[in-house]
Design a protein around this ligand. Structure first.
Ligand code: SAH
Length: 214
């Protein structure tokens, strides 16, 4: 077996061991090379199941957490998805293989520009990456079938709940930013009816209001 094939097998094994079993999610994660989204010395660790530092003091999430969040989002090929927290662009690239359209926003311009370059190189033309404060959502494109937030808020932001289509699902980490947070799945049952499922403990960088300097 080649070194690449062995790495891929270990990567997929780690995902399965962590509970990522949806074949569509596993196949999307097999197709998107995480090493493209990690720079410099950390690129060598891209296939390990660990979060890694990216620019602007942010992190690319642990692959098993990306897998579990994507699986919990239950994306279908007709869905329009909003991701808050583009970061490296890795999660958005995976969503793009599962959904019809992906909007992803980050408060750091440099992260958005970098992610756009990678999406272009991969031919992922259904992703629109924008510089915006995602705590307000993306009102121009609402409603969304699915919303994925990859930074932690104390509570689900009201504008995001409002921009979720009835029947839609949002997955997000909630809790104090300096402690372990809880991964929450919110299902919108009706105009004012939301179901909340607590999935597992996670640790994310905080959702910060306003645009960043870089
Ligand atoms: N999904 C990313 C990892 C996200 S790290 C990946 O696949 O690599 C969290 C990201 O959320 C950071 O890039 C941070 O800048 C961004 N973020 C934090 N608060 C935000 C806000 N209010 N609006 C938009 N992005 C925000």
């Amino acid at each position: 077996m080649t070194r690449d094939a062995e790495r891929t097998m270990q990567f997929l094994f780690a995902l399965r061991s962590a509970g990522v079993t949806d074949p569509r999610v596993l196949s999307a994660m097999e197709r998107i090379d995480r090493a493209l989204f990690v720079r410099g010395v950390f690129a060598a660790r891209a296939y390990e199941d660990v979060p890694l530092p990216i620019a602007c003091g942010q992190t690319i999430s642990q692959p098993s957490v990306v897998g579990l969040m994507t699986q919990a989002l239950d994306v279908s090929p007709r869905d329009k998805v909003l991701e808050v927290g583009t970061g490296s662009g890795y999660q958005a690239a995976i969503l793009a293989l599962l959904a019809r359209r992906v909007y992803t926003v980050d408060r750091f311009r440099s992260l958005v520009m970098q992610a756009r370059t990678i999406f272009e190189a991969l031919g992922l033309h259904t992703i629109t990456a924008l510089v915006a404060d995602g705590s307000h959502g993306l009102p121009d494109q609402a409603p969304f079938d699915r919303i994925l937030v990859t930074a932690a808020a104390e509570d689900p932001p009201g504008p995001l709940l409002a921009q979720l289509r009835i029947g839609g699902i949002m997955v997000l980490p909630v809790g104090q930013s300096d402690t372990v947070q809880t991964l929450l799945r919110v299902t919108r049952k009706g105009e004012r009816a939301f179901d909340y499922d607590e999935l597992r403990p996670v640790r994310f960088v905080p959702l910060v209001e306003g645009l960043g300097q870089d």
